[in-house]
Design a protein around this ligand. Structure first.
Ligand code: PLP
Length: 412
């Protein structure tokens, strides 16, 4: 019998099971049935070491265990503790702090930052813009807040599709006053693409051009994988460009400790606003602080103190960088192995530069993944391709994978 939903009408039909969590759970069941060694779980968004164990930076663990219990259990200020916020700003920018007014508000991961941006910089019914290849929750976060979600295709060849992005921005700004554009770079999820500084300059030029009086552009810069590029100085070198924007263009950097400090479930991050206007920076701080209060109150204080403690001691910064570099080297060698086998097998993949994932574009991704499931290979089907977690598949299981994917695609 069809029962009247009890939930309010705007929620009807919005439930869809989370794809990634579903694939991970199928892989876990297969491991129980056939044995760990027989199964490839290429779905998780966490770094697993070569024994497929979730990895925590040793310095992060030591520091976390040293945080006094009164710091762990206490409430955090709504906007985050001052030493955490300063550490977050230092970590994100390092040698590339933009010469502008900079304010930070602590959030539960990058997700919380995106939630606040949608809540405070768009109106109900507005569209949020991102690239077509993107992290699925962008759409959920927008739609859950009764906003729409629109996309431009990410690539023109193997470059960022500036022309289509600008075209979509212009079209949306013809009918709405504010536009949030979500850009995930470097090491984009799911493709592994990183925008170049030239591409950044062009995005900022487009924003300046389109931000006519009465129009506001908010660039949500999702840097969840900032610390997993080959050259982390180079990947931060676009930040100073953000100081050159007019007052009606507001870049907000979404920082996350999930990947950068391997504290995924501890839910700590920050939103960092950069403006030439002190007034807009203050507005950013106050507006977002109250949305924290109204949404989750405050963040995990203990985990936020880990970052504060690391940044209070240059030796701990150095050690955690070194440990992360070792994890990164493993990810890079897995990706290099996959790429070279894919090239040999004639398997196409999107332009990967760095990071946790790479993507195979293909027709009928669901069907291809089902064929692979029969061989105990579990990957995430996307709308137009398949995502592979190089962060999670050990090198021993990576070998031969590209050929199997190619065969499954040819079979479907
Ligand atoms: N952005 C991207 C592209 C991600 O892949 C993730 C995590 O998977 C996040 C943001 C946010 O993660 P968190 O909320 O844990 O910081």
């Amino acid at each position: 019998s069809k029962q009247m939903p009890i939930a309010a009408p705007h929620t009807w039909g919005k439930y869809t099971p989370d794809k990634i969590f579903t694939v991970v759970s199928n892989a876990t069941q297969a491991k129980a049935a056939y044995g760990r060694d027989q199964v490839i779980n290429g779905a998780p968004g966490t770094f697993l070491d070569e024994t497929e164990t979730i990895f925590c930076l040793p310095t992060v663990e030591t520091v976390y265990r040293s945080i006094p219990m009164n710091e762990v259990v206490a409430y955090s200020p709504l906007e985050g503790a001052p030493d955490f916020l300063e550490a977050a700003i230092q970590h994100v920018f390092r040698d590339f702090r933009p010469a502008a007014h900079i304010k930070a508000v602590a959030t539960p991961g990058g997700t919380g930052a995106l939630h606040n941006i949608v809540a405070n910089y768009t109106s109900v019914g507005d569209a949020v813009l991102s690239s077509e290849w993107c992290w699925g929750p962008y759409k959920s976060i927008a739609e859950d807040a009764l906003r729409r979600f629109e996309t431009f295709s990410l690539f023109a060849g193997d470059k960022f599709n500036l022309a289509e992005m600008e075209e979509k921005m212009a079209a949306l700004l013809a009918t709405q006053e504010r536009l949030v554009v979500v850009l995930n770079t470097p090491s984009h999820n799911p493709t592994g693409y990183s925008m170049t500084n030239e591409e950044w300059k062009a995005v900022l030029e487009s924003s300046k051009k389109l931000a006519v009086p009465g129009r506001f552009i908010i660039l949500a810069i999702d840097v969840a994988y900032l610390d997993y590029t080959e050259d982390q100085q180079a990947s931060r070198s676009f930040f100073p460009l953000l100081a050159e924007l007019p007052e009606n263009v507001l870049p907000i950097i979404c920082f996350s400790m999930s990947k950068s400090f391997t504290l995924y479930g501890q839910r700590v991050g920050a939103m960092i606003g950069v403006s030439r206007s002190e007034h807009i920076a203050d507005e950013f701080f106050k507006t977002n602080q109250i949305t924290c209060r109204a949404s989750w109150s405050s963040i995990n204080r203990g985990a936020s103190k880990v970052l504060a403690a690391i940044y209070a001691n240059p030796e701990l910064i150095r050690k955690s960088d070194e440990e992360r570099a070792a994890a990164l080297a493993i990810i890079r060698s897995r990706a290099a192995l996959f790429s070279s086998e894919a090239k040999t097998a004639g398997l196409e993949f999107l332009p990967y530069r760095s990071g946790f994932f790479l993507t195979i574009p293909c027709q009928k991704p669901e069907e291809v993944c089902q064929v692979l499931n029969k061989a105990n290979i579990f990957l995430v089907p996307l709308a137009k391709g398949i995502r592979i977690s190089v962060c999670a598949i050990p090198t021993s299981k990576m070998s031969g994978l590209a050929v199997k994917i190619k065969q499954a695609i040819d079979q479907v």
